[in-house]
Write a protein that binds this ligand. Structure first.
Ligand code: CP
Length: 312
């Protein structure tokens, strides 16, 4: 069974680790939807410490904790409502909060912030997104979504489209997928391509990938298309955004050029790159994805707090 002290990224997780996490998540599905009561994390406290805005990640961590009978303390806007506003740094904040809690989910604008937090924390750290580096719980929920929607991850042709340079979700998803037998197509505007360190890992793990600007041609042959938004808040020059917004928009007409139903995913929020005319397309999975986030985060909390039942 997978053993984790912290979860700061997917880079070092094996296929077996990922499969264990997804299987535990599947065991917790009915608990996460409230159909079954299972107070696995009774008497445990999670802190959500978010220095950047969030809807899905923070609320699904908190839902997971509540569904498992645990409690949550939360800082939703740590830059302005915690003592970070007075100049407190991450090491001091973590060495304070770990007196109050059994686990900390942290989101921060700096790449490496979760790793730094883990190096100071006496309780497990879960990376809820650090700069342009990783968003491992999103990567895992995306893998779970693919498994649930397609029945398997192996053998699939997966297209990632959008700002692959600044999107930490696609970094983590790509690292997770690199443990499986998949073919990747990476579609991005010039200057927004997948970072070299991710490509190096794909090469090392013999994962076939193609980089192209042909969205229509890529979609035609895909099993899964994963759309991501331009990460406007991470661009040094805001005019760059105006130059490339709308470059790639996935819409119904592109999907209907394919011979089979494609699974369409998006980490959300969307801001124009995924047309609303896709919402009632049979393969549109992006409003089912957020529930899988509750399942995966529940599984991770159970693992990190050593509460996975032997029967799982
Ligand atoms: N997918 C994701 O991280 O969404 P939030 O920013 O709303 O948490």
């Amino acid at each position: 069974m997978v053993e984790l002290k912290h979860l700061t990224g997917l880079r070092d997780l094996s296929r077996k680790d990922i499969e264990d996490i997804l299987n535990i998540a599947l065991h917790l599905e009915e608990v996460c939807s409230g159909k079954k009561v299972f107070n696995l994390l009774e008497n445990k406290v999670l802190t959500t410490l978010f220095y950047e805005p969030s809807t899905r990640t923070r609320l699904s961590f908190e839902t997971a904790m509540h569904r498992l009978g645990g409690k949550v303390i939360s800082v939703a806007d740590a830059k302005t409502t915690s003592s970070a506003w007075k100049g407190e740094n991450i090491p001091d904040t973590i060495r304070t909060i770990d007196n109050y809690t059994d686990a900390i989910a942290i989101r921060h604008s700096e790449s490496g912030a979760a790793e730094m937090a883990a190096s100071y924390s006496r309780v497990p750290i879960l990376n809820a997104g650090d700069g342009t580096n990783e968003h491992p719980t999103q990567g895992l929920l995306d893998l779970l979504t693919i498994k649930k929607e397609r029945g398997t991850i192996d053998g699939l042709k997966i297209v990632l489209v959008g700002d692959l340079k600044h999107t930490r979700s696609t970094n983590s998803l790509t690292l997770g997928l690199s443990n499986f037998n998949v073919e990747l197509t990476l579609v991005s505007p010039p200057g927004f391509e997948t970072s070299q360190w991710i490509l190096d890992i794909l090469k090392k793990r013999n994962i076939p990938y193609t980089r192209t600007d042909d969205l229509r041609g890529s979609v035609k042959n895909a099993d899964v298309v994963y759309v991501c938004r331009i990460q406007k808040e991470r661009l040094a020059d805001p005019h760059e955004y105006d130059k490339i917004k709308g470059t790639y928009v996935l819409n119904r007409s592109l999907l209907e050029g394919a011979s089979r139903i494609i699974t369409v995913m998006h980490h959300l929020p969307r801001v124009g790159e995924l047309d609303e005319d896709v919402d009632d397309y049979p393969g549109a999975a992006y409003f089912r994805q957020p529930f899988n986030g509750v399942m995966v985060r529940a599984a991770l909390l159970a693992i990190l707090l050593n509460r996975v039942p032997e029967s799982f």
